[in-house]
Design a protein around this ligand. Structure first.
Ligand code: ASP
Length: 329
């Protein structure tokens, strides 16, 4: 009898202590977070409240696509790809349909994706006919031993793997054609901003980052920006953080922005916010150029959105229920 009551009380004690512990662990595991951008820009005065509302509505729709995937236990990699595909198809943003034009009035697109769980990455640069560059970047990561394919090589690879191919005009919109006309007539400056990107943490603790762009409006033929340069505009590492950038790509390349944020966290123990602030305000902001911003999610599900421009189209959400969408400062 004594023995039975001993076992009984031990079992009760175990249940008392183990159940809450397990519940806490499950709760921790089910943490997810997502953050996205639709480009940073200078003059917020050029945007009417109606236009801001239109942007915010599309950013919220993109956010929702990612949230649905993550709340259902989907992979961060799938979430960031799906969000960026949506933004590529939306003519408001400088990626896919709606991408800015080169000085010749054509479109050359760059994209990259990175899986923080294994540091695998895929990217394409200077492509002129792939409808959704982000999905081809993912194919480069998953189906080749390489990281970066360019131009016609990237297009042949995309065709071989069944990617949707379009005429270069598909990427044009009336607004982009008007923009390049004004740049040619020197009525407007070349603007290096407007890229789209997304970063996410999934319930399994995996981080991923994806970025896609038409690059800089009025850019030279063959110019490649920071987006497909892993560690500059795109980076993900399960030990630290996932980052996607938008801004003056040449600065992002020279400062290796995304990797710097990760390195400050890994080697100096800075928090996500401290590391992101350090790189944008103490490095990028001190350089000559037009700046930009980054969206980041770390391995704990913290989110940081830092930009030194007048605005950054952005949205974020966490499994706690917190979320936000914004364009202006
Ligand atoms: N960073 C991109 C580039 O320089 C442009 C952008 O963010 O809009 O290609």
């Amino acid at each position: 009898m004594k023995k039975v009551s001993f076992y009984l009380s031990t079992t009760i004690l175990l249940i008392m202590f183990c159940i809450p512990m397990q519940a806490q662990q499950v709760g921790e595991q089910q943490k997810w977070a997502i953050s996205l951008h639709g480009g940073a820009g200078g003059a917020s005065s050029s945007l009417t409240p109606e236009r801001v509302a239109v942007y915010e509505q599309h950013l919220a729709e993109a956010l929702n696509i990612g949230k649905v995937i993550l709340t259902n236990g989907g992979a961060a990699l799938d979430a960031v790809e799906a969000v960026v595909r949506y933004l590529e198809d939306c003519p408001l943003f400088n990626a896919g349909h709606g991408a800015v034009a080169t000085a010749e009035g054509r479109h050359e697109l760059d994209a990259a994706i990175m899986d923080g769980s294994n540091l695998m990455a895929g990217a394409i640069a200077g492509v002129t006919d792939i409808k959704n560059p982000i999905s081809t970047a993912r194919m480069v990561m998953e189906k080749t031993p390489h990281v970066l394919l360019i131009g016609t090589g990237a297009s042949s690879f995309a065709k071989q793997h069944g990617a949707e191919i379009v005429e270069n005009e598909y990427f044009s919109t009336p607004a982009r054609l008007e923009q390049i006309r004004r740049i040619r007539e020197q009525k407007e400056e070349s603007d290096p901003r407007g890229t789209v990107g997304c970063v996410a943490l999934d319930v399994n603790g995996n981080l991923a980052a994806a970025t896609s762009t038409g690059g800089m409006s009025g850019k030279m033929w063959g110019r490649v920006g920071d987006v497909p340069i892993i560690g500059s505009g795109t980076y993900a590492n399960n030990n630290t953080v996932a980052i996607s950038g938008t801004g003056h790509g040449e600065l992002w390349i020279r400062q290796v922005v995304a990797f710097q944020v990760s390195a400050l966290m890994e080697y100096k123990g800075l928090s996500l916010q401290e590391a992101a602030d350090e790189v944008i305000w103490n490095k990028i902001d001190k350089m000559e150029g037009s700046g930009g911003g980054i969206v980041c999610v770390d391995k704990q599900g913290n989110v940081a959105l830092v930009f030194n421009t007048g605005m950054m189209h952005r949205a974020w959400a966490q499994s706690s229920g917190a979320w936000g969408v914004g364009v202006l400062k």
